[in-house]
Structure formats: structure tokens, C-alpha cells
Design a protein around this ligand. Structure first.
Ligand code: SAH
Length: 257
């Protein structure tokens, strides 16, 4: 039996218009798809009708399928000659375990291709009108994971607390109070602007802005739901002036084409 192939494809942060052409072509060429909970419903709707769908989503504390089983399943399907589409939210190489997945493929001699996607930080920043760098406010930007391990976050706080930079935190909603406390404890001003963005680029997008001192409380009051991204830095001030995406505008989006 001839060997199949795996397409590891990033689908971006949710708005189907942010898919790349290459992603769409791979979606059309595959015969089985393994997808995450981060792959939005409108993107799943673009999959061809006859494709076999396997949900391998991982939500916190509900690991539907463990990473090793996902890797093994991809190898098995490809060895049966299948054209496997591994769909991921955002970009596969940014907090996406894409590296681990293709390492297993490489070890088994399974051919693969990688298609980049717009990572959440870039998509969310654009749709919120928060430029991640700006000559007046931030010369650099850092992406970190805020995933809690035993109630704490193993981050380089001294580096993250330095001024004139933007810090974007993935998977940080649960750890938000710890994150704000630690940044302040390591010298970032308590007045530093910060935002939490829920379901960025999607019709359900919500943005809450505050300061490091007040953000955790504000987010709790607003009852935001994952996925959420946190942006810390003076660039957040620009949101008020540069916001353009109004989720309720969604119905009119065809007129923009
Ligand atoms: N590979 C993905 C990230 C996977 S980690 C990427 O490149 O974007 C999952 C985290 O990404 C979520 O916990 C959240 O912090 C962030 N995220 C993904 N999509 C998002 C969206 N539409 N809005 C806000 N945050 C999002």
C-alpha cells in the first residue's frame, strides 16, 4: 500500500477569511481531518462533505485524546495511504505542539507539509486595533504561555516586567491574577494598560481593557470565556482610538469585498 501524507495546517484565530489559500487547498485535498476545539465552526463548514472527521480537541482538564495517541493515529492513517489533514487553531508552531507532532511523523518516515496560520496574537491585535509594536510605546513584543502549573507560572518575570515592550499571554485566563501580581512585583507599573480579548476575530469577540492593578477584577465581573488572549503594555491605550472591528458588523462583511 502506498504511503499517504499529512498536512499540518494552521487555520488562524477563527475568522474564516483569515485562512490562507494554501490552507484551503489542503482542506480540499485531504480525505480525513483531525481537528481541535480551537478550529472555529465557520472554518469547519469549509471542509469538503465527504471528508472523515475526527475530533481530537484538548480543552483544559478534558483531554479528549492524549497527544501521543494523536501522533500515533496520524502515523497509522498515513501508513494506510490516507491524506491526513491536521487542523490547528492559529499557527501550528506557536503553542500548538506542531513540532512534536511532525517529529513523530519524521521518525516514522511519513511525508508531511506545514502550512502557517495567523497566530492568535497577530489576529487579535489587528481586530482590536492594538498594534503590538509602536515607535512611541513598544520596541519589542514577547509571546508567552500563562498556563498554570501547580498554581504558578514559570516565567522570566524580570525580563517580562521591563518597560517599553508588549507582552502577549496565551492560555492565561485562569492565571490572570498571578500574572498581574508578578509583573507588578517585578517592577512593571501597576498602571500599565492591559487587555483581555475573548474569541478574537469572531462575531463573539469581546475586549476588556484596564490596568495591571484592576484587570483581574474587571475580567471576573465581565465573565469572559475562553479562548482569551491577554495583552500587556502601553500599546493597549491605542485600542480606544484604533478599534474598527465591530462584531455586530459581521452581517455586512460581504459589502467589504
Ligand atoms: N496555535 C495557536 C495557539 C494555541 S494555544 C495560535 O497560534 O494561535 C491556545 C490559546 O491561544 C488560547 O488559550 C488563547 O490564549 C489563544 N487563542 C487562540 N485563538 C484565540 C482567539 N480567537 N481569541 C483569543 N485567544 C485565542
Amino acid at each position: 500500500m502506498s504511503m499517504g501524507e499529512v498536512f499540518l495546517v494552521g487555520t488562524g484565530p477563527g475568522d474564516p477569511d483569515l485562512l490562507t489559500l494554501r490552507a484551503l487547498r489542503c482542506m480540499q485535498a485531504a480525505d480525513v481531518v483531525l481537528y481541535d476545539n480551537l478550529v472555529s465552526e465557520p472554518i469547519r463548514a469549509l471542509l469538503p462533505e465527504g471528508i472523515e472527521r475526527i475530533y481530537v480537541g484538548k480543552e483544559r482538564a478534558n483531554h479528549t485524546m492524549r497527544q501521543q495517541s494523536i501522533n500515533a493515529l496520524m502515523v497509522e492513517l498515513a501508513q494506510k495511504g490516507r491524506r491526513v489533514l491536521r487542523l490547528k487553531g492559529g499557527d501550528p508552531f506557536v503553542f500548538g505542539r506542531g513540532g512534536e507532532e511532525i517529529e513523530t511523523l519524521a521518525e516514522h518516515g511519513v511525508p508531511f507539509q506545514v502550512v502557517p496560520g495567523i497566530t492568535a496574537a497577530l489576529g487579535v491585535a489587528a481586530y482590536c486595533g492594538i498594534p503590538l509594536t509602536h515607535r512611541d510605546y513598544a520596541q519589542s513584543v514577547t509571546f508567552v504561555t500563562g498556563h498554570l502549573q501547580d498554581g504558578s507560572m514559570d516565567l522570566d518575570w524580570i525580563a517580562l516586567a521591563r518597560p517599553r515592550q508588549t507582552v502577549v499571554i496565551y492560555m492565561g485566563l485562569l492565571g490572570l491574577p498571578v500574572l498581574c501580581e508578578q509583573l507588578i512585583a517585578h517592577g512593571r507599573s501597576a498602571q500599565t494598560p492591559a487587555a483581555v480579548i475573548q474569541q478574537g476575530t469572531q462575531p463573539t469577540q469581546r475586549v476588556v481593557t484596564a490596568t495591571l492593578a484592576t484587570l483581574a477584577q474587571r475580567v471576573q465581573t465581565e465573565g469572559l470565556k475562553p479562548p482569551t488572549l491577554i495583552i500587556v503594555g502601553e500599546v493597549v491605550l491605542l485600542h480606544d482610538k484604533l478599534r474598527w472591528f465591530q462584531p455586530s458588523m459581521e452581517d455586512d462583511s460581504a459589502s467589504l469585498m
